[in-house]
Write a protein that binds this ligand. Structure first.
Ligand code: ZN
Length: 68
């Protein structure tokens, strides 16, 4: 499991979410998450609705570095 820290643009809530396995595809700009991003208040969100926070980006970068 991989916990990433997100911020939902609409409710402005910060939350940690387990996105499962992260797959990095060269042809795609975004990484693919195995599990849905879920805001504890609003439920399932799409990638377009959320932004990765600073710690979230750092964590994602660390996962990326460990995969290549
Ligand atoms: Zn929310």
């Amino acid at each position: 499991m991989t916990d990433l820290n997100f911020r939902y643009r609409k409710c402005k809530k910060y939350f940690n979410c387990d996105v499962g396995k992260i797959t990095f595809l060269i042809e795609r700009e975004r990484p693919h998450f195995e599990k849905n991003i879920v805001c504890p208040k609003c439920g399932i969100l799409s990638m377009d609705d959320v932004e990765l926070t600073e710690p979230g980006q750092t964590r994602l970068a660390a996962v990326y570095m460990s995969e290549i």
